[in-house]
Design a protein around this ligand. Structure first.
Ligand SMILES: [Zn+2]
Length: 555
């Protein structure tokens, strides 16, 4: 006999992502799976215990995915002062005052999302910050997390008021008098101050030594677990049911495994094993152990992450030709060709998917070369290796994505407005090769979208809008993506890239009940309003994880 569903959503516009059956107007969930869906009446699935949700004509999608984000930093950013949209000294001062008023006794002020030109022409240095916050240490992160600014108290607390050597690629900028100006460039410089923030201390220790469990007190461990928990709940509020947390840290895996066991994760989390500087291919045996240790339906560690270069803004991205503003400088690879190749071939041989951070076209080429060698040496398999970011790609390399089955993992919200100085760095002649998502698509590359949260806001609807309304750049073709393709890149393709396509990413009977009900019908929503879309109901693994209709009572 027919058993009734646990949840039925009707009067909906279900965009299934299922070829041949793209639409339905109701969907039924029983246990962990989608039990039925269709057009017309759902009455036969509704029993006395069934929760019935009237969608009011709004869209239901397969659970949304973010294929590249940073859970811990994202979680921390939720409780930090957000400077997104703050501009000018008056606004800045008011934002700090309001934040501090809501947190009496605050001993360290951490802010994020800061525009490089928040004070207009006035340089952002320790003096400017001292004028706003003289009494407690303050650390302000640029929106891209590659630069930060500290006030005098923070520089003194970190013991770097007179500057310090923080190694190649990072810099504590000095003023004319030889003292730290307050500007901190790149991770090692930023971390020297961040590690003094009681709330971020263990995080920066874990990030520096991702293969080890840091020594922490019970209280620190509990606080860190709470940061991750809040990050996961925030993901659910955005309609996300699966994320790929690119921090390959054993500490985070350990905390997430405990949350998975004790409370149940509200979002599926997939994490990589992080290749660190100087690591030998033999060290990948440890990655294979992590893969065996972390393998539940909600938490997996089954791929490998490598950094091949840095970012354009600081001149650390590896380009094929020189930077426009730095003649003679094209950036350098983080790993030499031989070392990268050895790591890639071994990780591939062990059956891992490999994700490599490549911003510059030189890095993209170096990594495609290594993937090609791995395929030739280890033979064909559907490895779904992926290149992250791809801010620049040389036209000659476009076809190699499809040929070697390499996935383009990109972030639509990272595309700067063309006027923002980006073209001054890469040169206008390279405008057509930047964020070239339409070229990658036309060359047959599989494309997935993500945010890199907290580098960009977590909302998948901002991602959709950015992909659909990509601004025109001088000299570049139209890189806008249609709604169907953009939705595919955050649902179907993002599940596929996690090797989960048989279980999720589409809505059809028997698939996992990972789905999201929106507050509107996306198919008729004007482009200018897509970014304000919200999730009304998120269901992951059959469990309601976010509910604006009858809110969950959960801390
Ligand atoms: Zn990232």
């Amino acid at each position: 006999m027919n058993s009734f569903a646990d949840i039925v959503i009707h009067n909906a516009r279900v965009m299934t992502q299922q070829p041949g059956a793209p639409e339905a107007d109701w969907i039924a969930v029983s246990g962990r799976t989608v039990s039925a869906l269709g057009l017309g009446s759902a009455a036969r699935h509704i029993g006395p215990q069934t929760r019935v949700v009237d969608a009011g004509g709004a869209t239901v999608l397969p659970g949304l995915n973010d294929a590249h984000l940073h859970l811990f930093a994202g979680g921390l950013s939720l409780s930090q002062l957000s400077l997104v949209g703050v501009s000018g000294q008056t606004d800045f001062r008011a934002a700090v005052a309001a934040y501090r008023a809501s947190r009496p006794g605050l001993s360290f002020l951490a802010a994020s999302g800061c525009d490089y030109r928040i004070l207009g022409q006035t340089p952002l240095d320790r003096h400017a910050l001292d004028a706003i916050c003289p009494d407690i240490p303050m650390l302000v992160m640029a929106a891209d997390y590659h630069t930060a600014w500290a006030n005098t108290a923070a520089l003194q607390l970190a013991g770097i008021a007179q500057g310090a050597d923080v190694g190649e690629g990072s810099e504590i900028v000095l003023d004319a008098g030889g003292r730290a100006s307050g500007e901190l460039r790149e991770f090692a410089a930023i971390d020297s101050v961040r590690a003094c923030n009681p709330a971020a201390k263990t995080h920066s220790r874990a990030a520096q030594a991702p293969l080890e469990l840091p020594e922490v007190t019970e209280a620190e461990r509990a606080a860190d677990k709470e940061v991750l928990w809040q990050a996961l709940l925030h993901c659910a509020t955005q309609g996300l049911t699966a994320v790929q947390n690119m921090d390959g840290s054993l500490y985070q895996l350990d905390l997430l495994a405990e949350l998975d066991r004790d409370r149940g994760l509200p979002v599926r989390v997939r994490m990589p094993f992080q290749i660190t500087e100087g690591m030998s291919p033999e060290a990948l045996a440890q990655a294979a152990r992590w893969r065996r240790s972390y393998a539940t339906p909600m938490l997996r560690c089954d791929f490998v992450k490598i950094f091949a270069d840095g970012v354009i803004e600081s001149g650390t991205a590896n380009l094929v030709a020189d930077y426009a503003h730095l003649p003679g400088h094209s950036g350098a690879p983080l790993l030499c060709d031989d070392h990268l190749r050895a790591l890639v071939v071994e990780a591939d041989r062990l059956g891992f998917q490999i994700a490599v951070h490549c911003v510059g076209d030189g890095a993209v080429r170096q990594v495609l070369d290594a993937f090609e060698v791995a395929r030739r040496q280890n033979g064909w398999r559907e490895a779904r290796h992926r290149i992250e970011h791809i801010e620049l790609v040389d036209a000659g390399d476009l076809g190699r994505f499809a040929r070697w089955g390499v996935v383009a993992s990109t972030q639509p919200t990272h595309v700067p407005e063309a006027g923002e100085g980006y073209l001054d760095l890469i040169g206008t002649q390279r405008s057509s090769a930047a964020f070239a998502v339409a070229d990658l698509r036309d060359a047959g590359a599989e494309i997935v979208f993500s945010t890199d949260w907290p580098i960009a806001p977590l909302s998948p609807f901002l991602t959709l809008e950015a992909a659909l309304a990509r601004p025109d750049w001088p000299g570049a073709r139209d890189h806008r993506v249609g709604l169907a393709a953009a939705l595919g890149a955050i649902t179907r393709a993002a599940a596929w890239i996690a090797f989960d396509e048989a279980e999720r990413g589409r809505l059809t009977p028997g698939m996992l009940a990972d789905l999201t009900l929106l507050d509107r019908d996306l198919s008729v929503c004007p482009l200018s309003e897509i970014a304000t879309t919200t999730a009304r109901l998120t269901i992951c693994d059959g469990q309601v994880t976010h509910d604006t209709i009858s809110p969950l009572s959960r801390a």
